[in-house]
Design a binder for this molecule. Structure first.
Ligand SMILES: Nc1ncnc2c1ncn2[C@@H]1O[C@H](COP(=O)(O)OP(=O)(O)OP(=O)(O)O)[C@@H](O)[C@H]1O
Ligand SMILES: [Mg+2]
Length: 348
């Protein structure tokens, strides 16, 4: 089959996904995922937030210094004095600092939408902006150590986030972890890759996002990359579970239901080609297993952000004023809910 006919098969599948007729892709399942791409504003946090609502017994970790996800979970996050992900990491970088304990908080205690859900989160910290420098210093110090302790110290640093997440998961009895990241690799994203089994990569339908996907794959694979330059002793490298194409749009021509618009079609073809060329970094050997389509959230996304409410809880006809603009949820939210459930069922 050509790339074009393979992409057509993806759109065919999407009809079924949109109608809720397929439960999920038959992919290998993992416990810990990092949601990342080296570009801002493409949907990492929105996807993490919505998947965290669909999951049960999950621990969600916000490693982005902007703290958008922490805000969704707790609108008083900025003034919160709770233990942050940065507090958990610092003792690994600054000798002599005592280890922090129990950072995870039940999401339902600060966001009523999550009531009845046994899900926890670890909040971000704007100090994460300086983590890359602290981490680089700690690693270069470690490299001056001679003998076999050098690798032990390096492993301790590279697995710092993993060690802390594992401990918090066992304390909260969480069976799944989902890590939201910043658009930058250095620091917390680097640690998140070592803390997870697989990556979920949102890619928006534009050229810069395709470039970021290439950059991400280069970072994962090239021996000279920041990720590969200093590795833990077991060489841990996460695979990519899926690329989620965000902000997809459909033809508005009468009778053309579920026909992608030109931009969506063009970028999905480009993404498929990048995946095909790098398939050994994915969790199966079929590129179509790793492309999932997510419609543009439009008004539903604005309302979900304004109310810190998962899309699953919005319904067609809901309306409110956001930033003085009347915003409403249209019928397409039902399709988006099915698309999100499809992603959920394909990862856990
Ligand atoms: N299909 C979609 N998937 C995700 N976000 C979408 C989609 N359609 C529209 N959006 C909107 O796009 C914006 C994405 O912002 P979001 O904060 O999730 O991106 P981000 O990648 O986390 O950004 P940053 O790198 O700054 O953290 C949100 O306003 C969201 O409502
Ligand atoms: Mg974000």
């Amino acid at each position: 089959m050509t790339n074009e006919s393979n992409v057509s098969a993806l759109f065919e599948r999407q009809f079924e996904v949109a109608d809720g007729n397929i439960s999920g892709l038959g992919l290998p399942k993992f416990n810990r995922y990092t949601i990342c791409n080296l570009r801002g504003g493409i949907g990492k946090t929105s996807l993490t937030f919505n998947l965290s609502y669909l999951a049960d017994d999950a621990l969600i970790i916000d490693t982005c210094p902007q703290g958008n996800l922490s805000y969704f979970f707790d609108n008083n996050y900025v003034s919160s004095t709770s233990v942050t992900v940065n507090d958990l990491l610092m003792p690994y970088f600054v000798p002599g600092l005592g280890f922090a304990t129990r950072a995870a908080k039940k999401i339902s205690s600060t966001n009523a939408c999550f009531s009845g859900k046994n899900n926890y989160f670890i909040q971000s910290d704007n100090q994460l902006y300086v983590l890359p420098t602290q981490m680089a210093n700690a690693l270069s110090q470690a490299r001056t150590i001679t003998g076999s302790t050098q690798q032990t110290v390096i492993d301790n640093i590279l697995y710092s986030l993993k060690t802390e997440i594992d401990r918090e998961m066992s304390e909260t009895k969480a069976t799944k972890a989902l890590i939201d990241t910043s658009p930058f690799f250095s620091g917390a994203t680097h640690l998140a890759w070592h803390a997870s089994d697989a990556l979920i990569v949102p890619v928006r339908t534009d050229q810069q996002s395709i470039n970021s996907l290439r950059l991400l794959i280069d970072t994962l694979t090239k021996p000279s990359s920041e990720f590969r330059k200093i590795m833990p002793s077991n060489g841990h490298t996460p695979k990519i579970q899926m690329v989620v194409i965000t902000h997809c749009g459909w033809s508005t021509v009468a009778g053309a239901r579920n026909k992608p618009n030109q931009q969506t079609k063009m970028y999905i073809e480009a993404v498929r080609e990048v995946i095909r060329q790098n398939i050994s970094n994915f969790t199966t050997d079929d590129p179509n297993n790793h492309i999932v389509i997510l419609d543009d959230f439009l008004g539903s996304g604005r309302m979900s952000s304004a109310k810190s409410k998962p899309l699953e809880l919005l319904n067609p006809g809901d309306a409110m004023t956001v930033n003085r603009v009347r915003t409403s949820v249209n019928l397409s939210v039902n399709k988006i809910k099915n698309e999100l459930k499809f992603i959920h069922n394909s990862i856990w």
